[in-house]
Design a protein around this ligand. Structure first.
Ligand code: ASP
Length: 441
């Protein structure tokens, strides 16, 4: 098992390196930029993204039901649920505070005036030409974000939620069904066995699909790099990207490992090495949702997470726990205000911290979701600045549009790492050792 995991990691890394080289040297052309319909993007989609996405909804349904019936005891479930939510919010808050502090200290938006003007006008034009983004951004508001989350949590038609690929309502339904199946004792044993066996079958299927990852990430990376080229990394947005990178690295390599060590006393980097296939898939696909099948397979079969904990923590985490996105949103918003020459006071920075956390919770685990929910943060800060007459136009997000994909890959990796650390910590609370599920409630 271990050998095959190592081989897979090696192949994924090889796929990535070759993809970057292919994209940079054979595809990238600043005068003739490739688009989302390029064949490399289509190939990556067909080979990796679609098969993984195909697994997500059935996997969430089966894994959460199985996780809950295995926990059985509702008081234990309450403890696990509470601890999981506390972990999600605490780590996201830490990430946002880290991002806000870094961007305030480094001031990446404080550029020579002519560069500022060039970035601003180019960015706004990019936004004005992107009707797709405009449409997505339009419905974002603070109240809307809350109602949207609540509506998803209390769905009226679980099949519609499944069909729309919205996991939150499905998770709620699966938790309730799991509780009922656990409460049913002997009467519901057959259904519990069905879900148990179905879940095992899904895991086997995922193990097959995972071998497509190296080829899939090759195409996805070739497309990404072919589209923007590595040169962007040193352009005027370099400092902004640098702050996001450094923040994500600090959170990934210092803060989360420290938290993991404090609660479990295991070697965090050993755990990280075992989670590599999931982290690399997150990097290649920039979607926590699409990565979920790989995250679950790796966490349970290779990284010592209990089924009970990870069946619950990972699916929920892939939709609401986004440390990387939270950090990134804070940095991006403060950067844009700096670029437009608007000073933010302590009050506004506090608003950034709170709303960036909420916006990250509201972001779906799909590419660019964080870029869209960022509008909530901008609107909240604008609200506080209203009296001063200085506000940031939403079109400002056009400035960072071009480099978003690379940052998305990095923040998605941190999002998935945060979920994995959570699952490992919660394994302490609900280990798999007591095999007996389903004591009648
Ligand atoms: N792509 C991220 C994820 O799937 C969300 C984001 O855009 O920040 O986790």
């Amino acid at each position: 098992m271990k050998k095959s995991a190592n081989l897979l990691t090696l192949l994924i890394i090889l796929g990535m390196v070759l993809g970057v080289l292919f994209g940079q040297f054979l595809l990238f052309d600043p005068d003739n930029t490739i688009t989302g319909t390029h064949w490399t993007k289509t190939a990556g989609d067909l080979i990796l993204i679609r098969p993984l996405k195909l697994m997500v909804i059935p996997l969430i349904f089966f894994s959460v039901v199985v996780g809950i019936t295995r926990i059985g005891d509702p008081s234990k479930l309450g403890k696990l649920g509470g601890a999981t939510l506390l972990y999600y919010f605490a780590t996201m808050l830490i990430a946002v505070v880290l991002g806000t502090t870094l961007v305030t200290l480094v001031q990446p938006g404080d550029l020579p005036q002519e560069i500022q003007a060039e970035l601003v006008s180019g960015g706004e034009a990019a936004f004005d030409n992107n009707t797709d983004l405009q449409g997505k951004v339009k419905d974002q508001s603070m109240g809307g974000a809350w109602t949207n989350i609540l509506k998803q949590v209390i769905p009226s038609n679980v099949i519609a939620e499944m069909a729309a690929g919205r996991p939150l309502g499905l998770i709620v339904f699966a938790i309730l069904l799991g509780l009922a199946l656990a409460a049913g004792g002997d009467r519901t044993r057959a259904a519990r066995d069905f879900f148990d066996a179905g879940f095992e079958g899904l895991m086997i299927l995922i193990q097959w699909i995972i071998w497509l990852t190296p080829i899939g990430v090759f195409f996805l990376l070739a497309w990404t790099v072919g589209k923007i080229g590595m040169a962007q990394l040193i352009g005027p947005l370099g400092w902004y990207m640098g702050v996001v990178f450094v923040g994500l690295l600090l959170h990934m390599l210092i803060i989360l490992p420290l938290i993991l060590f404090l609660f479990t006393r295991i070697n965090p980097f050993g755990f990280m090495a075992r989670m590599k296939p999931a982290l690399l898939t997150a990097f290649g696909t920039d979607s926590s949702s699409a990565t979920l099948p790989v995250t679950m397979e790796t966490a349970e079969l290779h990284a010592g997470c209990s089924k009970r904990a990870s069946n619950f923590v990972l699916p929920l985490g892939s939709t609401i726990n986004m440390d990387g996105t939270a950090l990134y949103e804070a940095v991006a918003v403060v950067f844009l205000f700096q670029l437009y020459g608007i000073d933010l006071s302590m009050t506004e920075l506090l608003i950034v911290v709170i709303t960036a956390t909420l916006a990250a919770v509201g972001a779906a685990g799909i590419p660019s979701a964080g870029l869209v929910t960022m509008v909530i943060v901008i609107a909240a800060v604008n609200g506080s600045l209203e009296g001063s007459g200085l506000t940031l136009p939403v079109a400002a997000i056009g400035v960072i549009l071009g480099v978003d994909r690379i940052l998305d890959m990095c923040r998605t990796t941190v999002n998935v790492w945060g979920d994995a650390v959570g699952a490992r910590i919660m394994t302490q609370l609900t280990p798999d050792d007591v095999a007996e599920p389903a004591e009648p409630l």
